[in-house]
Design a protein around this ligand. Structure first.
Ligand SMILES: [Ca+2]
Ligand SMILES: [Ca+2]
Length: 401
């Protein structure tokens, strides 16, 4: 484009000079225009994709800028789109004009086309970057694959054009498009290759619940990474959660040290890499130790949800393929009457730690036990009859209380 312009101007100049010296000044003027014309400002409208009924951001950039101190132009959006005026008007950035340095920038969204104008107080700027964004909503009934134009062009009023001082610099434009894409259906975990699951657990107020995070479907994978988001009302025992890797060896044998849990943030991040190739075991990956508030009312539900995390640590892979990773959310439901007979420490699980604790209790040692769960025969008192039943349970003589 630039080359074509130059050629055209030089032919005109030569013709003018050769045949009639009287138009020399005219030719000179053309030469001057050519000089500026070879330096253009390029305004580029970006492209966006969105589902019907969603709002998308269409950024507007200055991608070529030889240096200017005033610019004004129009951006017109297809009338089928509805503008988020507020978000658009506030969206101007400081990449080219620094509003903190009193550069005057306005995005007038009152009409279509939108008017962008900016003026520098500190002289010319040759920066490039985003100037503002058009936030538009795609109609609910938009056809998948259809597209809407977002066009930029010269403003013909007093604030349009581009200048350095009083010299006008031409602006060229690249238009943008909003393309309508198919709505993404929520993927059911059943449809995924690998499923991470947290169940629903009942717990009394003030109790610390040991929430298993389990792999329930696993065709064979060697790398997995995800997060577990827990309700802010719950208090995470970070140390116990990280240390739970030593308890949960259903899937990975953590002695080889390739499993990590970052409990410093919410979601807690779990990641593991098998050094022995694909593993197809299912079971508990780790436990979240979550304390229910003392004053939590019955029926209160606290969510504990496995979630996808950023690509660098998330996802699931076998030695040869990327596998789709699905999640089943769980929760802790507060129930003051909930009873888990035999769970002497009240952590939600019955294991040998409970047997050790109840033994210490009956030996007269100063330990805290859950008196409701310890009354395994439900006669209202905790006594040696309960200890006998608990011992039988752990000896495998009885299967339940
Ligand atoms: Ca227990
Ligand atoms: Ca009892």
């Amino acid at each position: 484009m630039k080359k074509t312009c130059k050629k055209l101007f030089s032919v005109v100049c030569c013709a003018a000079m050769f045949f009639n010296f009287g138009v020399y000044s005219f030719a000179n003027e053309l030469a001057q225009i050519e000089e500026y014309a070879s330096e253009r400002v390029l305004v580029s409208v970006g492209n966006a994709q969105g589902e019907p009924g969603t709002t998308v951001e269409v950024p507007v950039f200055i991608t070529e800028n030889p240096g200017q101190d005033t610019i004004g132009f129009y951006v017109e959006y297809d009338n089928s789109l509805s503008l988020d005026e507020n978000a658009t008007a506030k969206s101007f950035t400081s990449e080219i004009y620094n509003t903190a340095a009193l550069d005057a920038v306005t995005v007038n969204t009152a009409k279509n086309p939108i008017m962008y104008s900016a003026a520098a107080v500190n002289g010319a700027t040759s920066a490039t970057g985003k100037v503002f964004s058009v936030f538009v909503r795609i109609p609910e009934n938009a056809a998948v694959g259809s597209s809407y134009s977002i066009n930029a062009y010269d403003a013909n009023d007093t604030i349009g054009g581009c200048y350095i001082g009083t010299t006008r610099i031409p602006i060229e434009y690249e238009n943008g498009t909003v393309t309508v894409i198919e709505p993404q259906k929520p993927v059911s975990p059943d449809e995924c290759d690998v499923v991470v699951s947290v169940k629903e657990i009942k717990a009394r107020p003030g109790s610390t619940v040991k929430v298993p995070v389990e792999l329930t479907k696993n065709p064979g994978q060697s790398t997995i990474g995800f997060g577990v988001l827990y309700d802010e009302g719950l208090e995470l025992d970070k140390n116990a959660t990280v240390a739970s890797l030593n308890e949960a060896k259903d899937v990975y044998n953590t002695s080889i040290g390739n499993v990590t849990i970052n409990a410093a943030q919410n979601p807690v991040i779990y990641s593991s890499v098998s050094s022995n190739g694909d593993v197809s075991a299912v079971g508990t990956l780790f436990y979240m130790y979550l304390k229910v508030p003392e004053n939590a009312a019955d029926g209160t539900t606290y969510s504990v949800s496995p979630v996808a995390v950023e690509e660098s640590i998330g996802g699931c892979f076998s030695n040869t393929d990327e596998l789709s990773l699905g999640f089943e959310s769980g929760c802790i439901i507060v129930d003051g009457n909930t009873k888990n007979s035999g769970d002497i420490d009240g952590d939600g699980i019955i294991n040998r730690k409970d047997l050790m604790l109840v033994t210490k209790f009956f030996a007269g040692m100063n330990v805290q036990i859950d008196m409701i769960n310890a009354d395994v025969n439900g006669d209202g008192v905790v006594n040696r009859l309960d200890l006998l039943l608990i011992s039988k349970y752990f000896a495998g003589i009885i299967k339940s209380f």
